[in-house]
Write a protein that binds this ligand. Structure first.
Ligand code: SF4
Ligand code: SF4
Ligand code: SF4
Length: 226
């Protein structure tokens, strides 16, 4: 579909939504690991097989004989290592704080991929560009929720304006005592996680392991067997 054919391309300026600083909350107490978020993201953005803008991690909880789930996406860091590392200046920040890849400027140098502490940016071999979550710019600029938020059946994902005190996102972040993932990386993420206190910090210190087969994402390895 040509971009000009998309319905939101014809939305008048009166419907455009302005944000101060966009952000997201992921409440892991609500996540049931159904993958609706990652599947809808793939569909929305035609992401090829094997790479992800949104990915659901599985973490083993041996003593509880269950799994915990952690959806991962770009954290839209205020101090973004990917942006600093790109020699082509293909990664920029919009006024509302979201970090985007300008595809026409990307020279596939891949420095962004190794610079990101979250494993959130990847090379789309089909389009030959670096790619990552853009908080569904085409949807949110006209007031729609991101695709992942709209399809999550358990209300685990919430998008909104971190600078607007009346936005329910800020109340939810406060109520759930949500914190950024891997805060110690110092990138000032704009994505917050709730319900992560049992294991997130320890996981963060091992680096982001996206493959459930990886041994060091288990509770056993990190002595977190609750
Ligand atoms: S759609 Fe919601 S419940 Fe399902 S994996 Fe994603 S965040 Fe978790
Ligand atoms: S999470 Fe990674 S890709 Fe996203 S802004 Fe931060 S450094 Fe860049
Ligand atoms: S906000 Fe949009 S691009 Fe980002 S993970 Fe969700 S569906 Fe994918």
């Amino acid at each position: 579909m040509a971009k000009s054919d998309l319905p939101w391309e014809n939305v008048g300026p009166e419907f455009k939504k302005n944000y101060g600083k966009v952000g997201m909350l992921l409440d892991l107490n609500r996540c049931v690991g159904c993958h609706s978020c990652s599947v809808s993201c793939k569909t929305e953005h035609e992401v090829p097989l094997g790479v992800f803008r949104m990915r659901v991690r599985y973490l083993e909880r041996p003593k509880a004989k269950t799994l915990a789930f952690a959806p991962m996406l770009c954290m839209h860091c205020e101090d973004a290592p990917c942006q600093k590392a790109c020699p082509s200046k293909a990664i920029s920040r919009l006024d509302d704080g979201r970090v985007i890849v300008e595809e026409s400027k990307c020279d596939l140098e891949e420095e962004c991929v190794s610079a990101c502490p979250y494993g959130a940016i990847f090379i789309n071999e089909e389009k030959e560009v670096a790619e990552k979550c853009d908080f569904c710019f085409h949807r949110t600029e006209v007031g729609l929720e991101p695709a992942c938020v709209a399809t999550c059946p358990s209300g685990a994902l919430q998008f909104g304006d971190l600078e607007n005190e009346t936005d329910p996102l800020n109340e939810a972040i406060k109520r759930t005592d949500a914190k950024p993932w891997k805060e110690e990386a110092g990138t000032k993420p704009r994505v917050y996680y709730a319900g992560h206190e049992k294991w997130m910090e320890a996981m963060a210190n091992t680096g982001v392991q996206l493959d459930p087969e990886d041994a060091d994402i288990t509770y056993e390895q990190n002595n977190l067997q609750k």
